[in-house]
Ligand binder design. Sequence first.
Ligand code: NOJ
Ligand code: CA
Length: 564
Amino acid sequence: MKREWWHGLVGYQIYPRSFYDSNGDGIGDLPGILKKLDYLKGLGADLLWLSPMYPSPMVDNGYDISDYYGVDPRFGTLEDLDRLIAETKKRGMYLILDLVVNHCSDQHPWFQSAVADPSGKYGGYFYLKEGKDGQPPNNWRSLFGGSAWEKLPGQDNLYYLHIFAKQQPDLNWENPALREEIYRMVNWWLDRGIAGFRLDAITNLKKDLTWEDLPPDGPDGMGNISESIARMIRRDGGTRNGIGVFLSELRERCFVPHDAFTVGEASHVSPERLSEFIGEDGYFSTMFAFDAINSHIRGVCYCEDDRHMDPDAWKRDVFVNQAALKDFAFEANVVENHDRPRAASLFIPEEEYGFASVTALAGLLVLQRGMPFLYQGQEIGMTNCPFELEEFDDLSTLDNYRFSLKSGHSKEEALEGCARMSRDNSRTPMQWSAEENAGFGGGRPWLKVNPNYPRINVARQEAEYGSILNFYRRLLNFYKSEEYHEILTYGDFEPLYEDQEKIFSFRRTLGEKTLTVICNFSGSERFLSLKEDYSEVIFVNLPQVTRIGDNLILHPFQLIVTEK
Ligand code: NOJ
Ligand code: CA
């Protein structure tokens, strides 16, 4: 594998709105992030990904951009961002931004101009189509509910496409003029000194230009648009006429000249196609390994999803994924982000939540092959938050609630589903201390603070030697230690004890060196007969390792790393 500057780094996602509020208006901001840079450095984070901080009407919390060249005043100024770039560099860290170019906001001047003159230049920046018999052009359902088509304001029968909310019109990547605008903007940011981008919804860029109906999959007679997207990626492989045309152009025009790091939010990429996307000349540096953490998702609404991740399904998916990557690429390993419930709640049943289980999850994430990405608050074991219906903010949660009711679920079931799976769970303010509002800032936070903050917060865990936070520090130190960084970055990955239920174990090898990770990801003690010997235990989450002959007695959620 060709060595790259970003190999071996630890990523950390910041959701600016909820990270730290420096001026008491209840909204996290860039000066707030600046204040916490030393904390992040001390944790072991190297590469910070900021969720969108651009000017936005905030219908989807910044994923609806109305100006690609600025900073929303709620988050600060462009000068603050420049300062953040400089201060991260000073600390040997990197900053990447969120590139949201599948769609913009309906308040973006491009869209406003398209509304004013649909047949003009800017009409061509969007997908505008005539309706059929008083109906939208086809039966595609948007990812945030309802038809994926909305009438263009002021028009009788002209619609625009939106994969997400109707305030997020899709940009027409078939139009070379639009692509040029995007490349100019991407290069403008890279020239400013950011190290790269997280690429939002990037595999959605290519649409099915036949605009054919989808087989209906719900009571509304519509078909989920992601099915259409998936078909496009499957059908239009390679760089002939498919998504590869756009992605390689973007790479060549922007990322290659800047040696930028990119991590794709890329769905529907089959294992056989991984090398095309993230191989040596792939479209992106890496992409999130979502296929490894989605086995709990069942239906179209949250209440049908499994309450918890099945550890064995998770393990199987990780192994399948790792096998597909072999040695040509790294994926970015994650267990949580701003679109998912908290991992400590999804992967761990409530009664088993604690130091051992949360740190076991951390160890399994970081010690796999790939680039580990943490999400703010994960390092202190933040959990889902108890929400009432009126406390939710996220538009897709509220849409999911309505869809659950339509699909025949009771109000209680719908609410319970949202409580478990809502994206708001991971968006509650970061819990810095036991002070008012979890020390997030002086004002009333924009979203409910998780009431468990007096117990789960940074200040408390700083002070406690055996805390989850201090474990994360120890884990990332171990990951980056002179002795083991190389093997933990480049070492091969090989599953072990596959048939042992809830034993998650693998081997990392590089040259003569071999490390073995063994974790009992369950709430009961386990007895494991060792298949191979080791000479030294080099890392643990729980101190006592009991071995009797060839048998290992593993405490609930014990994780050990041994060296041969
Ligand atoms: C994926 C982002 O992660 C999510 O938060 C957002 O709602 C959609 N893309 C639309 O941009
Ligand atoms: Ca603020």
